[in-house]
Every structure is written in C-alpha cells, then in structure tokens.
Write a protein that binds this ligand. Structure first.
Ligand code: 0X9
Ligand code: ZN
Length: 519
C-alpha cells in the first residue's frame, strides 16, 4: 500500500522531535503513518454480477469478504473515489463517514475507566501485551507458563500462555485459543488477554474459574501475527496479512487442511492470498506445530472480528462436517452464552454458509487434522465501527468472547477417535495410529478392500457400528497414557488392490473412515 498524503511529514516531525510514546494510562497514541482522511466504509447491496464488478473497481479493500451476489458487502472507498461511487448506481449506506477520524477515535482510551485494570481501557501495542503476559506470570507463577510456539518472519516470538492449576492430573483436555491472525482486528488480542487476566486473577476466589483451571489446560495466543500487528500500529492501521514481502500472506488461508480451495487466492495482491504452499508461513506453521505437540488439545477457538458470528467447520466446502450434530447445538450454546451479558446477537453456523467460503483456515485444520472442536468467533460489532471498535467496547466485547470460550471449555465433549494412515507402498511397512483414545484401553484397527464407505458392520465386542462393510480387524493395540495407539504392518507386495478403507475403534467409539491409495 502506498503512503498517502501527510504521512511523510507526520513521520518526519515525530522523528525530529525525538518523541517517545508511552502507552499505559496515557492519553493520545501516535497514529500509524498511512492515513485514510476522507475515506468512507459503505455497505452495498449487491444483486448482480455487474454491481459486484462496480464495487470491486471502486474499492481496494473489502471489509466483509462475502464476495458474491445476493447480499450486502462492506467496503472501504478511498476519498478520491467518492465521486465515482456517487456516480455509480450502487445501492449503499455509509457505515463510517471518515475512516481516519474513526481510527483516531478508536485510539483514544475509554473514558471513565470501566475496566478493572487500566490495561483494558485502551488497545495495546505488541510490547505492552508481552509485558502484561509477564505481569500475569509474576502474579501467579503456579498457574502461568509462557512458551514460544516459534518465531515470525521478522523473528518476533509467538508466545503461548499456558494456564492451568496443579490440580486435576496430567491428562486434562486442552483449550487452544488464538487471536490476531489478522493484524487489524485489534479487539482480538485484547479479548485473549482479558480471558487470561480473568483466569489468573479469579483462581481460588471465583468458583467457575477455579473449576476451569482445575479441569482444563488453556493455551492462549494473544497475537498469532506479531509482525502484522506491530505494522498496524506503526504504519498501516488496516493491514490484515503477515509481513511476507511487501504484499503479505493471509495466515488464515495458509493452514494445511483444504488449502487452496474456494475463498482463497493465489494473487499476492488480494487480502486472501494463501501463500505458495500449506504452512509456507512460519506463523501458521509454528501454531500448528504447537497444537500437534499437545495431544490433549481437543477444542479450539480462532478469534477474529467483526460480524458477531460463531463459526465451525467447514470453511472449504459447503458439505456439513461429520460432527455437525455436535457442532450445531454446541454452536447454539456458545452463541447464546456470548449474547447473554449485553443482549447482543451472535449467529452460529458453518463458516462456508454463515460467512463465506474460506479455505486453509485454522479451525478447519484443528478439526480436520486433529479432530478438535475447532471454532472461529467473529467478535463485535456488526459494522458500525467494524475493525475500528472504540476502546470503551474492549471490555464488553472481551466478556462476550470469554463467555463463549468458557461455554466451549465446560462442554462435556468426547472428540472422535482420530486415525492417521500414512502413504502406503506395496511390500513396505506402514504405521497406523490414533489419538484421543482412552488411555490403556484396547484400540482395534480395521480395513476393507471393496467398500464405498456407505455400508456398516456391527462389532459386538466393541459395541460399535463401523462405517465400512466387510471389515477385517488386522490389529489391536493398547492406548498409551497420552491417548495415542499405533500399529506397524507390512503392506502385501503382490496384492491387486489399489485403494483400502481403514477405520479404528475402541469400546463405544469409532474413528472416521479413511480411504488411502496403495502405491
Ligand atoms: O476471512 C476470514 O479469515 C474470517 N473473517 S475475517 O473478517 N476476520 O477475516 C472468517 C473465516 C473463518 N474463520 C475461522 N473459522 N477461524
Ligand atoms: Zn479475521
């Protein structure tokens, strides 16, 4: 993005004056250098392909990426394009009359100090967020550890706050929460920090918080995209992606499940650029690596803004996910919990239909690859301020997010047994494994050669119905303490089969069916 008028002189004056800007409890923050004077954000009614093309021509920056026809699209229109907008025959309303003014207002601390800690009365820079993590750790070193999932492109740490009590044993279910994959969604790191703050300060006094930390492990990432977040403070408040090149990759299109599908782009200049390969970006790769290494993680919320939505798989396809019957009611519960404190409305539904198609998103990966209950929250608001939510809404929006996270954390969930089948080569060994099994219980592995997955076989000793017909049990393994179980077998060298169905089961529970080609 080019620097706009005034930006150079503002930066220069700040340098010459040698100004340093402290944040905590102070008044005015230094605005990022790219300016948006006179830009507006509109909500346009789009019914035809022609109208869509007109809007795409007028706007370099779609705020709600519902790029299609038959609905409303929020888009930023640069000041110099306003005349063309008025001349167009688009049907629209103005949501934000001056984007720069809205940026300036959102950088003012909340008046009246509604937060228990002044940290939550204003948006905070990356360094201040990191410092506050250390404050929380110093407060309760028995509850808080800070780990690094990895480093960003520009070598900033991606910090994970691990919160749990020493009560409740080693195998507590893990709740993974990550904010700020998208740099401009400033409410999201604030909300994650607010949740951390509430958990740390409430342990031992608040019964609900105490029960949560005694029965769950929370892994909280306030800033998944530290380079982008920093850049949104120093340079461009509306930056979304990471800082790859001068274009950036959308980290929430870079995850390795369904990567490259609808709602992502191979064009570097779009806001939904997916990168060159799944996990090409160190930030998404680091987070996935962290989740992979923590097998107890069985639920996840990827926090975004705005639109007030509770999203669950899939994003990459219109098809309902295999656990839709769990996600549906659970999503309703979560949305209800989020709406309760302030009477706001949060709408639950699958990503693909409840917001728009989006491939390579974090929650499709945590669910599809790991079998975790993966959600995406879109926090406040519904468009009045969009990404530029005023600071006096930090606390209420964070409370709503927290109610949703707590509802998910408290839910009595048993994720599906997850089966991993490697690439199969004739005559060679292959290791089959499951996660999320009951520790020390037997796990059976089945295959079927000639089935389309639509049949069923009842296995009396396990009291389960398999989804594959004519199932052959080829191995039984005992699950380890961490819920993993695996078997290694040699694939017959001469057999004439090309593809094999696999499924695993333990008493009362099966995995999904996996179809694998044999090379
Ligand atoms: O486009 C996105 O990545 C998300 N919307 S946003 O306006 N925050 O950019 C929605 C995608 C679904 N997100 C998750 N399920 N995490
Ligand atoms: Zn987002």
């Amino acid at each position: 993005m080019k620097l706009r008028r005034f930006s150079v002189s503002v930066a220069l004056v700040a340098c010459l004056a040698g100004l340093t800007w402290t944040s905590t409890g102070q008044g005015q923050e230094q605005a990022p250098t790219v300016r948006y004077d006179g830009d507006v954000v509109i909500r346009a009614r789009i019914d035809t392909e022609g109208q869509l093309q007109t809007l795409m021509r007028l706007s370099p920056d779609i705020w709600s990426h519902e790029v299609g026809t038959g609905g409303f699209i929020d888009a930023r229109i640069p000041a110099e394009t306003l005349a063309a907008l008025q001349a167009s025959r688009l049907d629209y309303e103005v949501l934000i009359g001056d984007v720069q003014k809205a940026i300036d207002v959102s950088m003012q601390p909340a008046r009246g100090g509604i937060a228990a800690d002044p940290f939550f009365n204003a948006y905070r820079r990356l360094d201040d967020i990191t410092a506050y993590m250390n404050t929380l750790r110093a407060l309760r070193p028995d509850l808080v550890t800070i780990e690094q999932a990895g480093l960003s492109l520009q070598n900033r740490p991606i910090n994970v706050m691990r919160l749990t009590s020493s009560t409740g044993g080693a195998n507590k279910p893990g709740v993974f929460l990550n904010g700020c994959q998208h740099a401009r969604e400033w409410i999201t790191p604030a909300a994650v920090m607010y949740i951390a703050d509430t958990l740390v300060r409430g342990y031992g006094t608040d019964a609900r918080v105490t029960a949560l930390l005694d029965s769950r492990v929370f892994y909280l990432v306030a800033v998944s995209n530290p380079d982008g977040y920093n850049y949104s403070w120093t340079t461009d408040r509306l930056w979304r992606k990471n800082r790859r090149g001068n274009y950036g990759v959308d980290l929430n299109r870079n995850w390795g499940f369904g990567w490259g599908g609808p709602g992502s782009s191979d064009n570097q200049n779009t806001e939904i650029y997916r990168g060159t390969a799944p996990f090409s970006e160190p930030e998404s790769a680091a987070l996935a690596g962290y989740v992979r290494a923590h097998l107890n993680i069985d639920r996840h919320v990827d926090i975004h803004s705005y639109s007030q939505l509770v999203l669950y798989p899939w994003g990459w396809t219109r098809d309902l996910c295999p656990d839709d019957e769990t996600f549906g009611p659970l999503g309703e519960d979560i949305a209800g919990a989020m709406g309760a404190p302030y009477g706001m409305f949060y709408r639950p539904g699958p990503v693909f239909t409840n917001i728009y198609p989006a491939s390579g998103v974090a929650s499709d990966w945590t669910y599809g690859e790991r079998g975790a209950f993966g959600f995406g929250f879109e926090l406040r608001d519904t468009g009045q301020y969009g990404f530029l939510l005023p600071a006096d809404q930090i606390v209420p929006a964070s409370q709503e997010a927290m109610e949703g996270v707590f509802a998910l954390a408290e839910a009595d969930l048993r994720p599906a047994l997850r089966l991993f089948v490697p690439a199969l080569t004739r005559g060679q060994q292959a290791t089959f494994s499951v996660i999320q099994a009951a520790p020390s219980a037997p796990v059976s592995f089945f295959y079927s050669l000639d089935n389309d997955g639509g049949g069923s076989t009842f296995v009396a000793d396990l009291n389960v119905t398999l989804d594959i017909r004519d199932a052959v049990r080829f191995a039984v393994a005992t699950a380890r303490a961490d819920g993993t179980a695996s078997v290694t077998r040699t694939i017959p060298a001469s057999a004439g089969f090309r593809a094999v169905w696999f499924q695993a089961a333990e008493a009362g529970r099966t995995s999904l069916v996996t179809l694998t080609q044999v090379n």
